[in-house]
Ligand binder design. Structure first.
Ligand code: AMP
Ligand code: MG
Length: 423
């Protein structure tokens, strides 16, 4: 049984208003209807980078396997040490990393030990070599604060039988190392999400072709390609689709049959929406929203057959903002990620006045800098028009301005959302 709600249920909710959808509400609605892909594949850990674990990874061993030394020095019995003076002990051998000392230390004995070597039987503590003086087969060692000093305990990193990584975890470089440290060479991950996308618009021309009067190059398909590729999706670029009912209908039918997710840009604003709306009503179940955000007001979300559909605005900055604020999280959920953390924001001083009218959440593009006092500040990139794609190229962050905020004076503290990590 699916736990996800249907779109029908959502659009009947008391607080559902397609003409003024707050950003968090839109996120919540989308989240409620998402179910992760089910197919799982087993991959060598190297190939699992950027994929999502489909099972808990249980540690088959303790990491480290044995108590071992964190220092080069002398393994001793803590009970032999003197709190206020040096203790003199007999050296009975050496323990190397990978080559343990075979014997057992009796009272009054110590073992020369290297970093990473197993702590010999009988010993419980290591005195670093800088605090030891050797004279023939004797060593005088200083006191240490407690038993176990300078040793790493068996299982202190990971305990045998515990989940080292959870189902739903996105595999990052540290995880590859962690899996290797457990001796695990293969893991189960969800299959890649297949995402089909196309641009709509009679004015659009592909790169490499000359521009005619009134035409512009199709840039959205390239940003969308980049954002999807960074998210580890399998992409299906369907090109530019002309604004005719036949072409659009065919493209939607083809895309939804081939992919888990269909993303389009353009064609969802007032005027154009009616036209696309009729087609989508025939093919699936789609909700058209006016989200209370800037840029990126019009957006469509729905299902066409089994495929999820995101109809993004046409303006190039709006495409990116809606992708990062809605689509990214939705794709992560569909990929099986369960540990998706909210993108961190931080509060910094904005050094310039900010133009804004109350009523919508704004995602202005900002440039961060670090002053001589070490404090970070932000300033808007300049023209915040939703067609100014260079603002996204220059930006380090979104300056997130809440709905109710109006114009801000220079020196106001604002929330910024870093693009690093997001993109
Ligand atoms: P629309 O939502 O289709 O009305 O488009 C809004 C604005 O975005 C118009 O100025 C379009 O020319 C522009 N636009 C739409 N699609 C693209 C695209 N793929 N690449 C660049 N600009 C686009
Ligand atoms: Mg258009």
């Amino acid at each position: 049984m699916s736990s996800a709600k249907t779109l029908q249920q959502l659009s009947c909710a008391d607080d559902y208003d397609p003409n003024s959808m707050p950003v968090p509400k839109a996120r919540e609605y989308i989240r409620a209807v998402l179910e992760p892909v089910a197919t799982v594949e087993r991959l060598h850990i190297r190939d699992a980078l950027g994929r999502v674990l489909a099972e808990n990874v249980i540690s088959p061993v303790n990491v480290p396997q044995h108590d071992n030394s964190a220092m080069d020095g002398y393994a001793v019995r803590f009970a032999d040490l003197k709190p206020d003076s040096e203790a003199t002990l007999k050296i009975i051998g050496t323990a190397f990393a990978g080559k343990p000392f075979e014997g057992k230390a009796a009272p009054g004995q110590s073992v020369r030990i290297m970093t990473g070597a197993v702590v010999p039987e009988g010993c419980d503590t290591v005195v670093m070599q800088e605090r030891a003086t050797v004279d023939g087969d004797k060593v005088s060692v200083a006191a240490v604060p407690a038993a176990g000093t300078n040793t790493r305990k068996a299982g202190e990193d990971l305990r045998k039988g515990e989940a080292a990584l959870n189902k739903g975890h996105l595999v990052r470089p540290a995880d590859l190392g962690l899996l290797a440290s457990l001796g695990i060479g293969e893991v189960s991950v969800y299959r890649k999400l297949r995402v089909a996308f196309f641009s709509t618009g009679d004015e659009l021309v592909g790169v490499g072709q000359p521009l005619g009067p009134g035409q512009i190059y199709d840039s959205n398909r390239y940003t969308i390609y980049g954002m999807l590729t960074r998210m580890g999706c399998e992409v299906l670029d369907m090109g530019v689709i002309r604004d005719t009912p036949e072409a659009i209908e065919q493209a939607f039918a083809q895309a939804s049959a081939a992919a888990d997710v269909v993303i389009t840009s353009g064609g969802v604003s007032v005027g154009e929406a009616d036209f696309v709306k009729q087609i989508l009503e025939r093919l699936g179940e789609v909700l058209f929203w006016k989200i209370a955000m800037k840029p990126g007001r019009p957006m469509a979300y729905g299902k066409i057959g089994q495929a999820h559909f995101f109809g993004l605005p046409g303006n190039p900055v709006a495409v990116m903002v809606t992708f990062y604020q809605f689509v990214r999280e939705a794709l992560a959920t569909l990929q099986g990620q369960t540990e998706l953390k909210p993108q961190p924001t931080m509060k910094v001083v904005c050094t310039e006045p900010v133009k804004k009218a109350p009523g919508r959440t704004e995602f202005q593009r900002g440039i961060l800098s670090r002053g001589e006092n070490g404090e970070w500040t932000v300033r808007p990139t300049g023209d915040q028009g939703s067609g100014i794609l260079s603002s996204m190229s220059q930006a380090h962050c979104f300056i997130v301005l809440p709905t109710e905020t109006g114009r801000l004076e220079a020196g106001t503290i604002v929330d910024v959302q870093l693009l690093e990590g997001l993109v």
